[in-house]
Design a protein around this ligand. Structure first.
Ligand code: GLY
Length: 356
């Protein structure tokens, strides 16, 4: 199968009546849509896609696992475990930003195409690898989602150690956030010299890692794992652990996942939408753009829209199909995604609807 050229050049502009906002679909790779070809039954080489924070270590690890013969679900979980273990990523696992009370609560889901099973955990406290717990929910229970205290007890029963997930750096960012909430309370701003760099940029982040892969036999799996919205109300669950929203896999078609504002993705079943686009024969980048457009169309309340009517948040989608085609798209420009295929491990520009 030939791949489209991925160099940025002129862009395809499509008219759209979406909210009267002039939805601009911009895709890396060419001024005209490529002719759709019948989906291949399996790719010539395994392919891994991930959000940008999966580059380079997560994608490299997944490829290594796949080439070593691991099942796809095990491979993607092994990859995101590296990011969950990294305290410098404040959107996932250890070092993730906490809820408004300073407690880290993690969400994750895994879906396996070959078996059609999924497992997920939400609002899990004290366990740094929710993706591994989600994999065990999938394999060792008859359920698809465990939450809160039940998820923690399940993880403990499976031997996962409990630990404090709030790192010193994340705690300082949280304390800073608390001090900005009101000038009528007693929380004063910290000494700026003690603040981690770019602390303020972390307010309200919904960073996450999603990773999806297809092996050489055409078997697919995906995983999405996150600490969720920074400083959320305790118990808030985002899209990441919700199958159909933050992740969806169909072994006949493809795998997709998302990062960004979970609430917007939950109400549009974003990842399921991407996979339905693939089922219709769309290229992954176009299926991802379709899910972005759905979100734009569904964003009707003024508090979520900018003065020009466009969403004041971003959601990004990542997809790989059974034949190894891959792509990523976001509502807003500037995003990149990680890919590892037979030709190397790299970051690529995402397609988008609107120029930032
Ligand atoms: N997409 C991550 C979240 O909203 O929790």
């Amino acid at each position: 199968m030939r791949r489209r050229r991925l160099k940025r050049r002129s862009f395809l502009v499509r008219s759209s009546a979406v909210l009267g906002t002039g939805c601009l679909a911009t895709r890396p790779g060419g001024a005209t849509a490529p002719k759709e070809r019948p989906r291949a039954k399996h790719p010539p080489h395994p392919v891994v896609v991930a959000s940008a924070n999966g580059f380079p270590h997560c994608t490299a690890r997944v490829m290594e696992e796949l080439l070593g013969g691991s099942e796809v679900a095990d491979a993607v979980v092994a990859g995101v475990t590296l990011v969950e273990d990294d305290p410098s990523d404040h959107s996932v696992g250890l070092g993730g930003l906490p809820n408004e009370e300073g407690v880290v609560e993690l969400d994750a889901s895994v879906m396996d195409g070959a078996t059609g099973l999924a497992g997920a955990v939400a609002a899990l406290r004290g366990i740094k690898n929710p993706s591994q717990v989600a994999l065990r929910v999938m394999r060792y229970t008859d359920h698809a989602l465990l939450v809160g205290e039940g998820a923690r007890r399940f993880a403990r029963a499976h031997g996962f150690p409990e630990q404090e997930l709030l790192t010193d750096e994340a705690r300082k960012i949280w304390l800073y956030w608390k001090s900005t909430l009101s000038d009528q309370d007693d929380w004063l701003p910290p000494d700026p010299a003690e603040l981690p760099p770019r602390a303020k940029e972390m307010f309200g982040i919904t960073g996450t890692i999603n990773c999806d892969a297809v092996d050489g036999q055409g078997n697919l799996a995906g995983v999405t794992t996150t600490s969720g919205l920074a400083f959320k109300i305790p118990g808030r669950v985002g899209d990441s652990p919700l199958v159909g929203a933050g992740l969806f896999v169909d072994n006949e078609v493809g795998a997709a996942g998302s990062t960004g504002r979970g609430e917007a993705n939950i109400v549009t079943c974003g990842s399921a939408t991407v996979v339905e686009g693939l089922r219709q024969g769309k290229a992954p980048v176009d299926a991802c753009l379709m899910a972005c457009r759905r979100i734009v169309e569904a964003t009707r309340v003024a508090r979520l829209r900018r003065p020009d009517g466009r969403p004041d948040f971003d959601v990004k989608f990542y997809a790989v199909d059974k034949g190894g085609r891959f792509g990523g798209a976001a509502i807003w420009s500037g995003g990149r995604f990680a890919v590892h295929d037979g030709k190397g491990n790299r970051l690529e520009d995402m397609a988008y609807l609107f120029e930032s």
